[in-house]
Structure formats: C-alpha cells, structure tokens
Design a protein around this ligand. Structure first.
Ligand SMILES: *Cc1c(COP(=O)(O)O)cnc(C)c1O
Length: 338
C-alpha cells in the first residue's frame, strides 16, 4: 500500500497496531499490542451511558534527518490526568501514557509521513469507563488505548484565514462545568452549533462566556489569541480547555519580544486586534479572517485581503520548525523516537 502523502486529509486511516492498557481491581495491567481496530465492550459500560470518557491529540513529525519527533507528550499525559480527575476516572500514569504513545509511533513508523509532504502522524490516546454500572457511579474498570493515523497538512493551499461567527444562542460549556477538560461530551455538545456555522459558510462558532456573554471564550474547539501593540492576548476563563499549542505560542511570543497577556477579553475588544487566530494541534494556528456577530449584525475584520498577518505567520512557522526539527528544541518539547 502506498499512501499519497501530499493529499492526506484529516480522517481515519487504518494503521498496523494500536496499544492498550486496562485498569481493574485498582491497578493498571500490562501494556499490550493489538492489530484489531474493534473492541469488545460491556453494554453497560459507563462511557456509553454516563460519558466517562476523555481523549488527547498530539502529533509525531518526521524531520529532514529522517528522525521522528513527538511534540510535548508529557503535557498531554498530564492533561489527561486532569480529565480523569474531572470525570472520576482512574489516572493513567505518565510512564504508561508515554510508553504507549512511543510504542504506537514506533510500531507504525511506516505511517509517519516524509518530511517533504508537510504531513504528520496524529496520535489519539483515549480513556473510558469500561466496567458495567446502571446506577450513576464511576466505573471500577477503564480502558486506555492509543491509536495513530497519518494526517495531511491542515492548510492544503498554504497558510490561510477563515471566518468565524458569534451566535449567542449556543454555549460550549458552563463556567464551572467541563469545558476545561478534554472530554467527548463537550464535542457532542458543540455539534449542532458547529453544523449551523458550517451551513452559514463559517469555519465554526466563536463562543462567548456562557454566563454573561461578555467575554471571549473559545473559537470552535480551539483557543483564541489576538495580537495588538506588540502583545499576544489570550482569554483567561474557567471554561476553556488549556491548549498546549497556545501554551507553546505564548512561550514563543514572549521569546520574540511580544508581551503576553492572559486575561478576560471583552467582546468589543475584538475591534482593536491587528491579527487574530485560533490555535490547536490540528492546525497549529488557523488565522481568523473576520468574526461576524450574527446577533448584533457587526463584523470584526482582521484580514481584509484574506492573508494571515505577520505575527501569526512568524509564530506558525517557528512552531512548525521546532516540531519538524528544523530548529533546535530549546524548551525540551520534543521526544526523539529511536
Ligand atoms: C484539544 C482542544 C484544544 C487544543 O488543544 P491543543 O493541546 O493545542 O491541541 C482547544 N480547545 C478544545 C476544546 C480542545 O478540545
């Protein structure tokens, strides 16, 4: 089988192996290697009924030197532990998480796209309650699985901007709710709004805080940042998922001499940004062309010519260069796979 590396999308492609580890009787078992894509699961598993589930998303990149690098794996392991705490699931120990991810990448190495393609290997760890319960209680058993799938460069025709839309009739998550955890239920809760946005020609919904509808929250399933007066501004909110990409961009922005602010951002402040972007593992940065306020019939335009701004462009290329190993890993973000 030959994959057309240059034309991969963002979808599931079967690879050779997946890695699993089960939790029962209060302890994690052995890490095992599987070829089967299907699971045998109890029909009363808590994940199916009560949403005890979390997932992660990270990537491995092949460098010019042919070596494979995994980006910020430990941060994903720690974030999955937070999701466990938020849903009363067993925590996957960092060592098990890291060993499973490295095994999944190593055993499927032939699916890590070549450097020139601009593609990468997407890694999807997931954890869910697998034990039976009918009453609302946490499961006594959990399954942790890591699978991988090759994905294409997010921007096929080059780095591009897209529009978003504010619609106050939808919330992604409550201020004291689950938004800060990477759980499947948040995605189920966003599908109707996302579909509506797509139908209207937008990339996704631009969420405001659910309580007051005054502050910027998330940009679809991505974090938001704005650039103005040599400052990188990103929202502080209890309902936002702490993006590892955003954290990385804040570090890089500070290193480039930008001020970095993490604070409440009133929606009207959108009018003052010179550039704006959505960030996450899939795209790194998805620069925002404009944000239309559907209810107030207003439009905040960041890229009148449709082109990403200079700061977005610089941050984007800098982060990719570290991920692909073109630039030195001065922050210890990269795990080289032997
Ligand atoms: C995964 C995710 C992000 C992006 O996080 P990264 O670690 O940068 O990939 C942002 N928002 C939500 C809701 C997410 O689930």
């Amino acid at each position: 089988m030959e994959l057309d590396w240059g034309n991969l999308g963002f979808g599931y492609i079967k690879t050779d192996f997946n890695i699993r580890c089960n939790y029962s009787n209060g302890a994690w078992g052995e890490i095992t290697i599987h070829q089967d894509e299907y699971l045998t699961l109890h029909m009363a598993a808590t994940s199916l009924h009560y949403g005890q589930e979390s997932f992660e998303g990270l990537k491995a990149f092949r460098g010019k030197d042919g070596k494979v690098r995994i980006f910020r794996m430990r941060d994903n392991a720690l974030r999955m532990q937070d999701s466990s705490d938020g849903t009363m699931m067993a925590r996957v120990p960092v060592e098990i998480f890291e060993e499973a991810v490295v095994k999944a990448v190593t055993l499927n190495e032939r699916f890590v796209p070549p450097y020139e393609s601009g593609a990468s290997l997407y890694i999807r760890p997931l954890l869910f309650g697998s034990g039976p319960q009918v009453g609302v209680r946490p499961s006594a058993e959990y399954m942790f699985i890591v699978f991988v799938t090759p994905v294409g460069p997010y921007f096929k025709g080059g780095f591009q901007t897209t529009p978003f839309v504010i619609m106050r009739e939808y919330d992604r998550s409550a201020p004291l709710g689950m938004g800060k955890f990477k759980v499947g239920g948040n995605y189920a809760a966003s599908l109707v709004a996302g579909e509506r946005a797509h139908q209207l020609g937008y990339s996704n919904i631009f969420y405001l805080d659910a309580k007051e509808k005054k502050y910027i929250d998330e940009c679809g399933a991505a974090n938001f940042f704005g650039i103005k007066d040599n400052t990188y501004v990103t929202p502080k909110s209890t309902s936002i998922l702490p993006s590892i990409t955003n954290k990385s961009l804040m570090t890089l922005a500070a290193d480039m001499g930008l001020k970095v602010e993490q604070r409440h951002i009133p929606v009207e402040e959108l009018a003052t940004f010179e550039e704006a972007g959505a960030c996450g593992t899939a795209a790194v940065i998805s620069p925002i062309e404009r944000i239309d306020d559907y209810d107030e019939k207003k439009s905040y335009v960041f890229a009148p010519d449709g082109k990403p701004g200079p700061v977005c462009d610089k941050l984007y290329h800098k982060l990719l260069a570290i991920q692909y190993g073109d630039e030195a890993d001065q922050y210890g973000w990269v795990t080289l796979v032997e």
